[in-house]
Design a protein around this ligand. Structure first.
Ligand SMILES: [Zn+2]
Length: 78
């Protein structure tokens, strides 16, 4: 499944899930997409920042007082 940020010709932004990019293309081609606000079927796909090529910094794991998770915790042995 893939989530796209979509936008109608009136500028309403919304999000929708698709099986894959071909699923989006097929639905867009047959006019199956419509704006939930105004019903406009002129939907375009917003540019989304890809999650590849640039690793987001990993947040520190949330550790409970009693440790967390079978040695997987980065702080368990420090
Ligand atoms: Zn709209």
């Amino acid at each position: 499944m893939i989530k796209y940020s979509l936008r109608c010709s009136h500028g309403h932004a919304f999000e929708s899930w698709f099986d894959n990019s071909a699923d989006y293309d097929a639905k867009a081609a047959e006019g199956a997409l419509s704006c939930p606000e105004c019903g406009d079927s002129a939907i375009s796909k917003s540019i989304m920042a890809p999650n590849i090529g640039k690793a987001a910094p990993q947040p520190a794991p949330a550790c409970g007082m009693g440790g967390c998770g079978a040695g997987a915790c980065a702080f368990a042995n420090s």
